[in-house]
Write a new protein. Structure first.
Length: 554
């Protein structure tokens, strides 16, 4: 096993995409690209059994993909060539696979319910992980049972999570997904945008006496979060008067103890996590505090347990029976051989409506890269554009393009078999649409079938080519456990694709340049003379804004 930083870097010739298996896959692609799914199904009555897999409470039907048994065999050879199994072990064992930041990648340790030791720099991280989990559980229990009181002696009613990116999207998505499990007295709110409208509008509806703020930031330096947190602190103090009341209404989640203390939050009210937790993989850490407050420590433990079960499956199942690996390699098949540009995520579940947003960060910030882990510029496509919304709403908006447009858009359809509301008729309608769409995308409707249907002329616009690939993910029910499994499934899919594309999926240098430029531009917006230090477009826009700007100095 590789241990040193140098040995984690290979050279360009080692890149999986330069290996002979890719030439073989390209050749194979030529023989498969014109096959129609309709014919593949007709030729093989066992296709569903052959290309579906159940792991715990999740069924993955991947039979409606443009693959044959040979495709899968070759894709798995590519995964093996990329040493997915070796890298997987390196990740789980805490090697510093994030080679540009020299960090381990151990979100799996946060949900390691087996409690086996996980070592970072010679130290087992599990005692610290468990201690923070306990701290979160105890704190949440006091808030939930009404023991934790605001400065006028009232129990907390509203909790505001102030965070952005990974410190917002994960907890926000999970809170929505587990709404059915939430504490009846507690409402969670999420403020991320530095557009003042977000914080002002939200605070208008809240009572400082019964509101708890969680300032959630891994670095505790993110400008948007700090600006909103300072505003919330000011808003609170204007009403509560005394700084001593802050301790009852502000807690922090961060890796940066000094900055938390500097903000004025007692570090006794800080929930810690560590630099080996990537922001977009952090909902399992103290960043999930709002989840624990909403659904309780037991349900949070079930969420972690679901993710842990998926971790165990991912770590031990052979590649060809490994759900994250299968999803990942199907994605590679469409991105790198069919030239697909995007991947749609279509949850048929109101509670999962934020999953596409969450996965946008998880996937696109991880694999949206054109320089590989050895600093070579890649000559193949990497992470796709992730997009989507709840399935039914999408049907009445953009599905037209998926059905009859000119682009190939692989889509993941996600649904649970149980209606959390008990509205069974609603759920049957939802399910029928879910099935109808995947069937229509796959099968299409030929010219002959269209004519036989007796549709009036013109007939051509009413023909559906079909052959559009989709995965169907069917959960027994949307529970904390199955949600944990589902999120971990996607995390590991992203990991596998990153390995196949030879990327470091765990840094995000691409977000830095804009941040630096914004810092430079911000004071220029208040300049008294025309700004000339940028390109003509940026200068023109800055100066136009300076003229229109209202408020001090404008
Ligand atoms: O948690 P924070 O340190 O405030 O970071 C919040 C977010 O901001 C960054 O710019 C990154 O692109 C994200 O990966 C991160 O999740």
């Amino acid at each position: 096993m590789q241990t040193t930083q140098e040995s984690l870097s290979g050279n360009n010739q080692q890149v999986p995409f330069h290996q002979p298996i890719c030439a073989e896959l390209r050749q194979h692609y030529q023989s498969v690209r014109d096959l129609h799914l309709r014919d593949l199904f007709a030729a093989d009555p066992q296709r569903f059994e052959r290309f579906s897999l159940q792991v715990g409470s999740i069924l993955l039907d991947y039979s409606k993909n443009r693959i044959t048994a040979d495709t899968l065999k070759l894709l798995m050879q590519l995964a093996a060539t990329a040493d997915v199994a070796g890298w997987r072990e390196r990740m789980f064992q805490g090697e510093k696979i994030n080679n540009t930041e020299h960090r381990s990648v151990l979100h799996t340790a946060l949900r390691n319910r087996s409690n086996t030791p996980v070592m970072v720099d010679g130290e087992n991280v599990m005692p610290a992980v468990n201690a923070v989990l306990e701290q979160m559980g105890k704190f949440a229990e006091r808030v939930r049972n009404g023991e934790w009181l605001g400065y006028t002696g009232k129990p907390i009613v509203d909790v505001v999570n102030i965070g952005i990116g990974g410190s917002d999207l994960g907890p926000h998505m999970v809170y929505q997904a587990l709404k059915a499990y939430r504490h009846p007295r507690l409402d969670m709110h999420y403020i991320s945008n530095v557009d003042g409208a977000h914080v002002v509008e939200k605070l208008e509806s809240l009572d400082p006496e019964t509101t708890l703020f969680i300032v959630a930031s891994k670095t505790f330096t993110t400008q948007e979060t700090m600006t909103n947190a300072h505003y919330a602190r000011e808003w609170f103090l204007q009403r509560a008067g005394d700084e001593a009341h802050i301790a009852k209404h502000f807690v922090a989640v961060s890796t940066n103890q000094d900055a938390v203390a500097g903000f004025g939050i007692d570090t006794a009210n800080m929930f810690e996590f560590w630099d080996w937790v990537g922001g977009r993989y952090s909902l399992w850490s103290a960043i999930g505090l709002s989840i624990v407050l909403a659904v309780g420590a037991d349900n949070f433990a079930a969420l972690l347990g679901g993710a842990h079960d998926m971790d165990k499956h991912f770590r031990s199942a052979p590649l060809e029976q490994n759900m994250p690996v299968i999803l990942a390699m199907l994605g590679v098949w469409y991105s790198n051989f069919f030239g697909a540009e995007s991947q749609a995520v279509l949850p048929y579940d109101h509670y999962l409506r934020s999953l596409p947003l969450y996965l946008q960060q998880a996937d696109m910030e991880s694999n949206g890269k054109s320089v590989d882990r050895d600093s070579n510029t890649v000559d193949y496509s990497t992470g796709p554009i992730i997009w989507g919304t709840t399935g039914i709403n999408g049907q009445h908006a953009f599905y037209q393009l998926i059905h009859q447009g000119t682009r190939l858009i692989p889509a993941d359809f996600i649904i649970s078999a149980t209606a959390p509301t008990g509205l069974h008729e609603h759920h049957d309608i939802l399910m029928a649409n879910f099935l109808a769409q995947t069937e229509a995308l796959m099968h299409g409707r030929t010219l002959e079938e269209t004519i036989a249907n007796g549709v009036p002329a013109p007939v051509a616009p009413k023909v559906f080519a079909g052959n559009h690939p989709s995965n169907a993910l069917l959960l027994d029910a949307l529970t904390p456990h199955s949600l944990g499994m589902l999120i971990a499934l996607y995390e590991h899919k992203i990991f596998v694709q990153g390995i196949v594309w030879n990327l470091n999926s765990y840094d995000q240098w691409g977000v830095e340049l804009g941040k630096q430029l914004a810092k430079r531009i911000q004071p220029e917006l208040q300049a008294s003379t025309a700004v000339t230090t940028h390109d003509a477009s940026t200068n023109g826009l800055i100066n136009h804004y300076r003229r229109l700007r209202t408020g001090t100095g404008g």
